[in-house]
Design a binder for this molecule. Structure first.
Ligand code: SAH
Ligand code: SF4
Length: 349
């Protein structure tokens, strides 16, 4: 057996790899299908065939940050900005529940219009629909995270983007890598299910640095991990850079599953924006979650993190049916639970 197959076998059996071994897997393309199949077996063994859906509400594209890769960055004057009112967000969450979602993800740029009081109101009202809430609002203080948690928020997504401090601080001007890590730590301390993840294919990112990302996620015991290829946006300073590689993103996803058997891993929208059936391929390489869009009308298009985003002209009802078909087509089914991390045992039956 060649060395690479042995590393895959070790990962499948022990769920431990060294940084060097991860780098070897990331660099290899010959055996990548075997890597995906091993991750798929681990997913099936620990989590079965159910897929958790999270309805994504993109409620504001206004952002005070200036991340070099992101179309919502404050210096992008080429984007019509929008912000949904509190009651519009609550209404979208209610509709999400009616489509059968058990979780909504509220995501936005870092928009200070939404004060702690406004967010507490939104979270409290949405919790009345008996639905889990994931927030993805960027960096906030410990007290702010605490207030949202007390209002009923269950989970929080904040990608580290990259664990390479220099690369991070070059790409996220004015932001501190320590603070990003502190946010993850604070969220865990407050009892959130914590989601993180990274971008794959950033300019100057190395395989070694991606391996560090994976080991970092294992070390902090993240509950959810989303990985997306970097997709250059013309309206940003990185507009002329190379697009991230789909298969490299898939390899990162598969290795994450091999090393973290019971966490929730989404098949991300960015993956399908690059590759036809990209989300189905991710679901067959370790992923067990999909986050269909429930944002309505022109806002979908205006939430333009990167170009080529899928489903921008579709309705929430259409996306719900379409994703169910895709999931069934690969022999999987949509879960009817809230889909907390298995080991966390929070499910109320
Ligand atoms: N403002 C919040 C949430 C919205 S951004 C935050 O930054 O955490 C959500 C994610 O979009 C980011 O974490 C980033 O990983 C991703 N993203 C931004 N620009 C992207 C691009 N050009 N290609 C792929 N993903 C991108
Ligand atoms: Fe704002 Fe998030 Fe985009 Fe950075 S990645 S500019 S914080 S929306």
């Amino acid at each position: 057996m060649n060395n690479i197959l042995e590393i895959i076998k070790k990962a499948e059996n022990t769920h431990e790899l060294t940084k060097e071994e991860i780098v070897i897997l990331l660099k290899d393309d010959e055996n990548r299908d075997e890597l995906y199949r091993a991750a798929d077996r681990v997913r099936k063994k620990y989590l079965g065939d159910e897929v958790h859906l999270r309805g994504l509400i993109e409620f504001s594209n206004i952002c005070k940050r200036n991340c070099m890769y992101c179309g919502l960055r404050r210096d992008n004057k080429n984007l019509k900005r929008y912000r949904l009112k509190e009651d519009e967000i609550i209404e979208l969450a209610k509709k999400a529940k009616s489509y059968g979602y058990q979780t909504v993800v509220l995501q936005s740029g870092e928009d200070d219009y939404y004060t702690v009081d406004k967010l507490k109101y939104i979270v409290r009202e949405i919790k009345k629909f008996d639905i889990a809430i994931t927030l993805s609002l960027g960096e906030k203080t410990y007290e702010e995270y605490k207030a949202y948690k007390e209002a009923g928020a269950d989970r929080y997504l904040i990608r580290i983007e990259t664990t390479d401090k220099k690369l991070y601080e070059d790409l996220d001007p004015g932001m501190s890598h320590e603070n990003r890590k502190e946010c993850l730590y604070n969220l865990g301390k407050l009892g959130y299910e914590v989601g993180s993840g990274c971008l794959v294919g950033l300019p100057n990112q190395t395989m070694e640095s991606l391996a560090d990302d994976i080991l970092f996620f294992k070390e902090i015991n993240a509950d959810m991990l989303g990985v997306g290829p970097f997709i250059p946006n013309e309206d940003t300073p990185l507009g002329k850079e190379k697009t991230g590689d789909f298969h490299l993103s898939l390899k990162v996803t598969a290795i994450m599953r091999l090393l973290m058997v019971d966490i929730n891993i989404p098949a991300t929208t960015a993956m399908e924006s690059l590759e036809p059936e990209g989300r189905s391929k991710a679901l067959m390489a370790g992923a067990n979650v999909v986050m269909p869009n429930v944002t309505e009308g022109e806002y979908r298009k205006l939430y333009a993190l990167y170009p080529g985003k899928i489903c921008v002209n579709d309705t929430p009802g259409h996306c719900r049916k379409c994703i169910t078909l895709k999931i069934n087509k690969i022999g999987r089914y949509v879960s009817d639970t809230k889909g907390f991390r298995k080991g966390n045992d929070r499910e109320v039956v």
